[in-house]
Design a protein around this ligand. Structure first.
Ligand code: APR
Length: 321
């Protein structure tokens, strides 16, 4: 059986970490594409030179030509500008839509059978555009946002409760913007509701609620918190790790249930939009959407988030993409 091939479009901060993680996990041979000459070649050479010490054995190449991504099994897209301090993800729309259109054409023409994971922001709009330009089946085109947002939420919960993050299960639904929906009611530590643990810790329902609200708020603004500290770019380690978890689930048919920006056909009362929801990722891409019952408040937050996603799609149409 041929080795799997992973094409990474965009060799910047996230692209470089993606290449290193994919190599270390031996997900397949790796091709790193960027429009900047020599840079992807330099990064992949650098990573390859760690293969002996890290003990991985895959081919790593950098390129400036789309022909080299031919027959890729998985494509992960990070091409596009990251945020600067004070910018929202949506401020990137026009610039990144132009880039995404050209990337989608390159992938469509050279890797027509690939499963595609988009990371570039504004995420929900970029996934929509990529699918529209490629015409690939919806279940083969998805976005990475929820795995990261959920990991951020879980991390804050673990810190607050003083428990291992490995035992925290918390999920974030909706768009990848400030309207995302961290699901408080479903958050648990090995089955024990987080709210119950907070109430026991503080002995006061109102304080527990305030602490949770603060964690929810920090989760929603977590990307901006990193941008503010970095000053010259946005988060890159955690988005890369998150997309690799998705790619691995597809390439190895793990059927993990991961919050994915997936195309909905009526699930969660949404028809015809990409929105962050729990999905089973396996050898067929997005194999199934896991629906869960939402109370009125959660549904209204999700509806609010979907309205924001729809707004971005309308803006993109208006701009002619
Ligand atoms: N085709 C391919 N690559 C491109 C193109 C293009 N048309 N235009 C720009 N790039 C490349 C840049 O040369 C750069 O190397 O995309 C790369 C982006 O890398 P960074 O600027 O380091 O950004 P990064 O932090 O990796 O984030 C990329 O992901 O999370 C999102 O908001 C973030 O939209 C941003 C994207």
């Amino acid at each position: 059986m041929a080795r799997k091939k992973i094409a990474l479009i965009g060799g910047g901060q996230i692209g470089g970490v993606l290449a290193q993680l994919a190599a270390q996990k031996e997900l397949g041979d790796i091709i790193l594409f960027d429009i900047v000459e020599d840079m992807p070649q330099g990064k992949t050479l650098d990573i390859a030179e760690a293969s002996r010490v890290d003990g991985f054995d895959v081919k790593l190449n950098g390129t400036n030509s789309y022909e080299d991504i031919k027959d890729a099994d998985v494509v992960i897209v990070t091409a596009g500008l990251p945020r600067k301090p004070g910018m929202s993800r949506d401020d990137l729309l026009t610039t990144n839509a132009k880039i995404m259109k050209s990337v989608a054409e390159g992938v469509r023409d050279n890797a027509p059978n690939a499963f595609c994971i988009i990371i570039s922001n504004p995420l929900d709009a970029m996934v929509t555009l990529f699918q529209k330009v490629t015409g690939f089946p919806h279940e083969k085109v998805m976005g990475q946002a929820g795995v990261l947002d959920s990991s951020r939420f879980s991390t804050f919960i673990a810190w607050e409760l003083g428990v291992s993050v490995k035992d925290v299960n918390a999920m974030v639904l909706g768009g990848h913007g400030d309207t995302m929906v961290p699901l408080v009611r479903y958050a648990n530590v090995n089955g024990v509701p987080v709210m119950e643990m907070l109430e026991r810790k503080y002995g006061d329902t109102n304080i527990a609620k305030e602490v949770m609200d603060a964690m929810v708020q920090r989760t929603k603004l977590a990307g901006g918190e990193v941008v503010k500290l970095l000053k010259t770019g946005s988060a890159f380690y955690s988005p890369a790790s998150s997309a690799i978890a998705m790619a691995k689930s597809i390439l190895r048919d793990e059927k993990r249930v991961l919050p994915t920006c997936a195309y909905l056909k009526g699930e969660f009362n949404v028809d015809g939009y990409y929105v962050g929801v729990p999905a089973v990722l396996g050898e067929n891409g997005v194999e199934r959407i896991i629906e869960l019952s939402l109370n009125a408040e959660e549904q209204s937050q999700l509806d609010n988030s979907i309205t924001a996603v729809k707004g971005l799609v309308v803006d993109m149409d208006r701009l002619g993409f």
